[in-house]
Design a protein around this ligand. Structure first.
Ligand code: GLC
Ligand code: CA
Length: 574
């Protein structure tokens, strides 16, 4: 049942991280044929769309978020005809496909950057610091003269992956040139200059290439990063709550022109194609600017993703998101996991000492804000993750599920240093553990040493042996498993009109008066006349539920004698 005008206003989107989903040829790395073979899992789960993390040609120094060729598939994942086949299979199963696009930077192996390196700048001591070098192919990137006669970086901008955002290029003789290129992320990811019309038109071509193949939309990587403040000014580290545009390379106003151009291209298709922004932008009013009706359709809800297990905070975030998006008439989205953050079961787990863990503070740099070496109570963590996904699926708008979240997987910490691949780990000398722990290959069944990830014995990251009991096949046979819970929730969500997305003529959500650690709201009746109440107990004592037929609860023992246990959620008729 579609209850809104557009599918993307109320979809459930499943994120596939291709390296780690399913490996068809046994080389230890997931691939497109592997995804193809698991489409039945997605269809049975009942998702509306799949978002595929980058599948492009890449040296894989940031797992494909470093693109060397935007119009081809990396051979490790397959080829264009495998990709076309995947689109066809998904579409014939009624599943749409969103792919990632990475416009902020290319790989240093991209033809444009190689061409730039082949035009080395001259080390000229008379040139002032911060002077821009935009000769020939360098006009597509940001190459600047360093300070102190070129010997140190042009400014103090910090890179997301550790160190500063600058890397010096050699001159024609292979000596230091005094010129440095910008990389907000790893040095292998040079930032493009989006004031350059050639950069802009090239990307419009990339969009069309994939749209023409049948792709339904794009997830836009770092959608808040493409415009840089003029003059490359230094900034002070923002305090919590500061607007994101405080940082000279985040959320700068000219970025919106780019999204308006992209939207025009999407509108030329029938049906129109769609975008979802990865924009770590605050406050909610600034985030809403990306979602104006001539810009991007939806954006990720990072305050929701990074919230701690705290009822009051969660209610405020839900209200802020609804109000912020309402300013521009955009649907809200909800997400609890992706390939950049700790899995919810671990994040929500209290410390073994009984204390609550800190939230991630909207910070990508997770390993700094949360201490992985402190033991956590994963039994409670998994209960909370199950309650959390149920509550998310009861909210108005689009929900994102990250592969393995439907299995209740936890963050994996026991990965040998030598196997870690996230550049954030190496660039910070291991201080930031990086994101490999949420990227461990999925456990499908017990048919091989890699839990059915492939038929061999190796996977690019090791899987914990305890996952034998958490495989999809094992969970399929247990009625109370997380997999069966998520399947039931998706099925019910689809069948209940009240759980639809946002429409202009419906009140989306009405809060119940409750103690502060209870999150309880009613989704008013729509087409079928049935209102639905969603209740989550984030407190420490049982909560007496209001009257109403119980439709679903997060655990078999979550509702006893009309009371909802702590760390649990329920859906009721209201
Ligand atoms: C986004 C991606 C992340 C990647 C970064 C650089 O934040 O989600 O995985 O490392 O962009 O492209
Ligand atoms: Ca493979």
């Amino acid at each position: 049942m579609q209850r809104t005008t557009h599918w993307w206003q109320e979809a459930v989107v499943y994120q596939v991280y291709p390296r780690s989903f399913a490996d068809s040829n046994g080389d230890g790395i997931g691939d497109i044929k592997g995804i193809q073979s698991r489409v039945p899992h997605l269809a049975e789960l009942g998702v509306d769309a799949l978002w595929l993390s980058p599948h492009y040609v890449s040296p894989m120094l940031d797992a494909g978020y470093d693109v060397a060729d935007y119009r081809d598939v990396d051979p490790i994942f397959g080829n264009l005809s495998d990709f076309q086949e995947l689109i066809n299979t998904l579409h014939s199963s009624g599943i749409k496909l969103l792919v990632d696009i990475v416009p902020n930077h290319t790989s240093w192996e991209h033809a444009w950057f190689k061409e730039a390196l082949a035009h080395p700048p001259v080390n000229d001591p008379t040139v002032a610091p911060l002077t821009r070098y935009s000769e020939g192919p360098w006009a597509r990137y940001h190459l600047l003269r360093g300070r102190k006669n070129g010997t140190i970086e042009p400014n103090e901008w910090p890179s997301v992956f550790g160190g500063l955002t600058w890397h010096e290029v050699p001159d024609a003789a292979g000596q230091p040139s005094g010129w440095w290129y910008l990389h907000i992320f790893d040095k292998s990811q040079p930032d493009l200059d989006w004031t350059n019309p050639e950069v802009r038109s090239e990307f419009l071509g990339h969009l069309k290439f994939w749209f023409d193949m049948g792709v339904d939309g794009f997830r836009i990587d770092v959608a808040h990063g493409l415009a840089k403040a003029e003059g490359y000014p230094d900034f002070t580290t923002p305090k919590p709550g500061d607007p994101t545009n405080h940082v000279a390379y985040w959320d700068q106003d000219p970025v919106h022109e780019i999204w308006r151009e992209w939207r025009e291209v999407a509108e030329q298709y029938d049906p129109p194609r769609v975008f979802v922004a990865e924009a770590w932008v605050g406050p909610a009013e600034r985030n809403a600017l990306y979602l104006r009706d001539d810009e991007l359709h939806t954006g990720f809800n990072f305050p929701y993703l990074t919230a701690a297990w705290n009822g009051k905070a969660l209610r405020r975030i839900i209200d802020d998101s609804l109000e912020g998006n309402h300013l521009v008439g955009a649907p809200t989205t909800w997400v609890l996991e992706n390939h950049d953050v700790w899995r919810a079961a671990t994040r929500y787990a209290p410390l073994a000492t009984g204390e609550e863990a800190a939230s991630l503070d909207g910070n990508l740099d997770i390993s700094k804000s949360a201490d992985w070496s402190v033991p956590r109570d994963l039994v409670i963590g998994v209960k909370r993750a199950r309650a959390g996904i149920m509550t998310m699926l009861g909210l108005p708008g689009t929900a994102y599920i990250y592969q393995g979240q439907e299995l209740g997987l936890e963050e994996v910490f026991d990965i040998p240093d030598a196997m870690r691949q996230d550049p954030a780990f190496a660039n910070t000398g291991g201080e930031n553990l990086g994101r490999d722990g949420c990227r461990v290959p999925l456990p499908w069944d017990n048919t091989s040493n890699t839990f059915g990830f492939n038929s061999g014995s190796e996977s690019w990251l090791p899987q914990p042996s305890r996952w034998a009991e958490q495989t999809a096949a094992a969970q399929n046979d247990v009625a109370s498993s997380t997999l069966n819970l998520v399947r039931s929730a998706l099925k019910l969500r689809r069948s209940l009109a009240a759980l639809g997305g946002i429409t202009s003529d419906a009140v989306d959500l009405v809060w119940d008066e409750t103690p502060s650690d209870i999150v309880s709201f009613v989704r008013p009746a729509r087409l079928d006349g049935q209102a639905i109440r969603i209740v989550m107990n984030m407190g420490k004592t049982a909560y007496e539920l209001p009257a109403g037929e119980l439709l679903l609860s997060s655990d078999s023992d979550a509702v006893v004698a009309g009371s909802l246990a702590p760390h649990s959620a329920a859906w009721l008729k209201a």
